[in-house]
Design a protein around this ligand. Structure first.
Ligand SMILES: O=C(O)c1cc(C(=O)O)c2c(n1)C(=O)C(=O)c1cc(C(=O)O)[nH]c1-2
Length: 246
C-alpha cells in the first residue's frame, strides 16, 4: 500500500526541511561574504552577478501574474512587481540593487549591460524564469518559497558586511531593509496557497521538487562565483575582472 497525501502541517514541515538542508546560507561563498573574508573585487563580482537575478525577478513574476486565474491572486502577486520595479523611475528593488552595485564601486551601465556576468549565473537564473513560465501555477508559486528562509540570511549579511568591510555603508545595503518585511509577507501568501492547493501526493511531490530546484538555482550561482573569484579563482573569458586581477 502506498502512503497517502501529507497534512498541510506535514507538507509545511517538509518544505522547511528542504530549506534547512539546501538554502544558500550554507554555501561557503556566503560564509565568506558575511564573515568579511572577501576582498572588494570579490564583493563586486557578487553584486554584479546578483544584479542579473534581481533584474529577472520582475519578468518571472509578470509571467506568473499573466496566468493567475483570479483578481484576488493577481492583486496579491502584483505587489511583487511594484516592489521590484517601483512605482516611479529610480524606485523599487532593481534600482536599489543598482545603487548597491555603484556603492561597491561598479559602473551602473556596465552592471545593467550584464556583459560581465558568469555563464553559470545566466543559466541558473534563466532556468528559474523558465520553470515559472512553463510549469504549473502551484509549482511556480512553490518555487518562490525560498523567501521563507531569506530574512535570517539578510540580517546576517547586513550586520556581517557592515562590521567587516570599510567600503560598505548602510546606504549601500539599503536594498535589504524593505526585503525584511516584503519577503515574509510574500512567503506567507505563497505558503498559504501551497498548503491549500497541494493536496494530492503528486502535487505535494511537485511542490517539494520545485523548492529543491529553486535552492539549486541559488546554490549554483554561488558555485559559479566561488570557482571564478575565490577558489581556484579561474575567471572565464569575457567575465568581469576585478582591478586587483588585471
Ligand atoms: O538575499 C537573499 O539571499 C535573497 C534570497 C531570495 C530567495 O531566497 O530567492 C530572494 C532575495 N534575496 C530577494 O532579494 C528577492 O527579491 C527575491 C525574490 C525571490 C523570488 O523567488 O521571487 N527570491 C528572492
Amino acid at each position: 500500500m502506498t502512503a497517502g497525501p501529507m497534512s498541510p502541517d506535514a507538507l509545511e514541515a517538509a518544505l522547511r526541511a528542504i530549506g534547512a538542508e539546501r538554502y544558500h546560507n550554507l554555501h561557503p561563498f556566503h560564509r565568506r561574504l558575511h564573515g568579511g573574508d572577501l576582498n572588494r573585487g570579490q564583493v563586486q563580482a557578487w553584486a554584479l552577478n546578483r544584479y542579473y537575478y534581481q533584474s529577472r525577478i520582475p519578468a518571472k513574476d509578470a509571467s506568473l501574474l499573466a496566468r493567475l486565474p483570479t483578481a484576488d491572486l493577481r492583486r496579491a502577486w502584483r505587489s511583487r512587481l511594484e516592489d521590484h520595479d517601483g512605482t516611479a523611475p529610480g524606485t523599487g528593488g532593481v534600482a536599489r540593487w543598482l545603487k548597491l552595485a555603484e556603492g561597491v564601486g561598479l559602473e551602473r551601465a556596465y552592471v545593467e549591460s550584464t556583459a560581465g556576468i558568469l555563464a553559470g549565473t545566466r543559466f541558473a537564473v534563466d532556468a528559474y524564469v523558465a520553470l515559472v513560465r512553463e510549469r504549473s501555477i502551484l509549482e511556480a508559486i512553490a518555487s518562490s518559497l525560498t523567501e521563507l528562509f531569506s530574512p535570517t540570511i539578510i540580517a546576517e549579511r547586513v550586520s556581517g558586511m557592515l562590521a567587516h568591510y570599510s567600503f560598505v555603508t548602510p546606504e549601500t545595503l539599503a536594498y535589504f531593509t524593505p526585503r525584511l518585511t516584503q519577503a515574509p509577507r510574500d512567503a506567507d501568501f505563497a505558503l498559504g496557497y501551497v498548503r491549500e492547493h497541494a493536496v494530492t501526493v503528486e502535487q505535494q511531490e511537485a511542490v517539494l521538487a520545485a523548492l529543491r530546484f529553486k535552492c539549486d538555482v541559488l546554490w549554483s550561482q554561488l558555485d559559479a562565483l566561488h570557482f571564478a573569484y575565490v577558489e581556484p579563482g579561474f575567471i572565464p573569458p569575457g567575465a568581469f575582472v576585478p582591478d586587483d586581477r588585471r
